[in-house]
Each structure stands twice: as C-alpha cells, then as structure tokens.
Design a protein around this ligand. Structure first.
Ligand SMILES: Nc1ncnc2c1ncn2[C@@H]1O[C@H](COP(=O)(O)OP(=O)(O)OP(=O)(O)O)[C@@H](O)[C@H]1O
Ligand SMILES: [Mg+2]
Length: 335
C-alpha cells in the first residue's frame, strides 16, 4: 500500500492492575494485567488476556491459571511476562512493524534483576528495542507538566500495587519514595475487615467493587450501603449482606494514613529552594487511587497544601510514556 507505513513504536503502561498499550497516541489495549494460560503436557496456550482473563480468576480448573505478570509493582514470573508481552505485541501485529521498539513505563523501584528480566522477556517477545521510562516521569508528562524546567514539581501516583511520590526538576528526580500501600492494599484491608468484624469471606475483586462504589474518606461523608455476597466463615454457607461506607472507611483508613506518611517523608526531604515551587503549584495526584472520594480533601487537610486530581488519572502514564518515547530518536538505543 503506497503512503501507509506500520508504526515502529509501542508505548506500554505495565501496571499492577491495568495495562495500557498505545500506538501513535491511540490506545489499542486497555485492560487488567491478567493472562489466562492453559497448561497441557508441558505446553502453554494463552486462552485470554485482559478483562476476559480477569473474570476467570478464582473460577479456573487445575490446568488453567490466571496470572498477573506484575504483583505489588514487581515482576512476578519471567515466562509469564514473556508470554504477556508477546501476546500484546501479536494483538498489534496489523498496526506495528514485526519488530517494534517498545517503550515500557515501569515502577521506579523495579530492581535491576527485574529490569533485566523484563528487558529480556520483551526482546524474546519480538521487540527490536526496549526502552524503560520510569513511572513518575511518564505520569508527570501525562498530566501535562513540563518536567525539564528548573521549577520543582510534586506528583503522587497512587496505583494498585504501589504509591510513588516524586519531586521532579530539570528532567530528573530530586527526591522520591514509594510504598506498597496502594489500591490493592485497600482491597485487602476491606477483605480483612469483613473477615474480622463480620466473620464473612469476600473475594478481593468484591472488595475492590465495594471500594469503588462506596469508599469515601471525606469527614462528613453521608453513610451509604452496598449489597454484596460472601461466605459465612462459621458454617461455610453463601450469604448476601450489606456493608456501609462507615465500615469501609474504618477498614481503609490505616492504609490511607500510610500513604499520607510516605508523602510526608518526601515533603520533609524537599530541598529548600524547591519548597516555594511546591507550595505555589501544589501537588498533583494521579493513578486510579486518586479517584477515591475524599482523598484530595483528606490530603489537603493533612498537608495544608493545594492538591489537584489529574483529570485523567488512569491514562496519564500511558499518555506520558508515548510522549517521552516520541522524543527519543531511534538511533539512541537505551538498554
Ligand atoms: N473510583 C475509584 N475509587 C478508588 N479506587 C479506584 C477507583 N477507580 C480505580 N481505583 C483503583 O485504582 C487502582 C488501579 O489504578 P492504576 O490503573 O493507576 O494502577 P496500576 O497502574 O495498574 O498499578 P501500579 O501503578 O501500582 O502498578 C486499582 O486498585 C483500582 O481499584
Ligand atoms: Mg500505574
């Protein structure tokens, strides 16, 4: 076909909960970081990826496994990561060249061993080049910040496996910290609370649903309820029951306080030259956790600083990664 060329670049936001893959600024895959693999006599077959794989979680038979390549912001399994990346690249085969350049936004705390493992896995999955971009930079660029100026900027990315708090200036990281307390930890806290307080067992997916539906940590939040199903731990019977937003708040507050403590840790290490920039411009929060009702107000009250929720917190990293990738010339290969 004349005048039409396949793209050579893929940008991947490889998140603990969600993976977003884009080509030429267009999102091609956006779904849970889950892959369902059927194992038969030593050979693996991919049965589903993304949403379809996630719904299979907890419902599989012994030959079928639903696996998440990232767990708590860390690479969990080399083989699974390779299969996951190869499946993503194959989905894009009619949009990108057969050996594309893959820019992957990764958590800043990924160890060198995990980086090497992800790098190798992505090359084996068919990439020609693999470029790592750390999440705080992708997130900042995705929210529209100009990260190359000397003005300090503060960004909090509250994802699923990790909350990353960063101060960026002149295109580099001035100071940062992270905690594994993020969306997933909130879900687990709800599961634990229901188990302890009500003797009922609910799934983590159910807890996530409760969180998204009714969690509100604002001081004067009205009490709301939602109906869910669980298992009575005393007699093993399935039951439907109601949980209130007051319960949810009690369950998740210790996690929210831990996130607050991590932000404070970073604030206390800001160089004095940057303090006025942060005080004047405030803090941007992004990642799915930024959508929790009352989170902005809670932080504003505790930190006495203005907090802005990014308008598109679930997509900032993917947008930023694509933007940064575009600016890296093809010849400057970073391994
Ligand atoms: N409205 C909402 N209220 C509270 N939490 C939400 C809401 N919407 C999404 N979340 C949470 O946001 C998290 C997913 O956010 P995101 O996609 O940014 O994470 P991720 O990038 O996959 O994880 P990580 O960056 O830690 O690897 C999940 O824990 C999800 O439950
Ligand atoms: Mg993320």
């Amino acid at each position: 076909m004349v005048g039409w060329q396949k793209s050579t670049d893929i940008a991947v936001d490889l998140g603990t909960a969600n993976t977003i893959v884009s080509v030429d600024g267009e999102v091609i895959f956006n779904g849970p970081s889950c892959i369902a693999i059927e194992r038969h006599y030593g050979s693996d077959k991919v049965v589903a990826i993304g949403k379809r794989a996630k719904v299979m979680r907890g419902r599989t038979h012994s030959n079928l496994e639903v696996i998440n390549p990232l767990s708590n912001g860390a690479i969990s399994d080399f083989e699974v990561t390779k299969i996951f990346m190869a499946t993503l690249i194959s989905i894009l085969s009619n949009r990108v060249s057969s050996h594309p350049r893959v820019g992957i936004s990764i958590p800043q705390n990924l160890t060198q061993v995990e980086r090497n493992s992800l790098y190798e896995a992505t090359l084996l999955a068919g990439a020609k080049e693999v470029i790592f971009i750390e999440d705080p930079f992708s997130a900042a660029v995705g929210t529209g910040m100009d990260i190359n100026t000397s003005r300090g900027k503060m960004i909090v990315d509250c994802g699923s496996g990790l909350t990353e708090v960063s101060i960026i200036s002149l295109g580099g990281m001035v100071t940062s910290s992270c905690t594994k307390v993020a969306g997933d930890a909130l879900d687990c806290a709800i599961v634990d609370y229901v188990k302890r307080q009500k003797n009922l067992l609910i799934s983590k997916d159910c807890a996530e649903g409760i969180k998204i539906q009714i969690a509100d940590i604002s001081q004067n939040a009205p009490n709301t309820n939602c109906c869910v199903y669980g298992k009575d731990l005393l007699n093993g019977l399935p039951v439907g029951f109601e949980i209130s937003s007051t319960d949810v708040r009690a369950a998740i507050m210790p996690c929210v306080q831990k996130i607050h403590a991590t932000i404070l840790e970073v604030i206390s290490s800001i160089p004095p030259q940057i303090v006025p920039d942060i005080l004047e411009d405030g803090v941007i929060i992004t990642g799915g956790g930024a959508l929790m009702r009352g989170f902005r107000e809670y932080l504003e009250d505790k930190l006495k600083m203005s907090i802005h929720v990014s308008p598109d917190p679930l997509h900032d990293i993917s947008k930023g990664a694509m933007e940064i990738l575009k600016q890296i010339p093809h010849s400057s290969f970073i391994g």
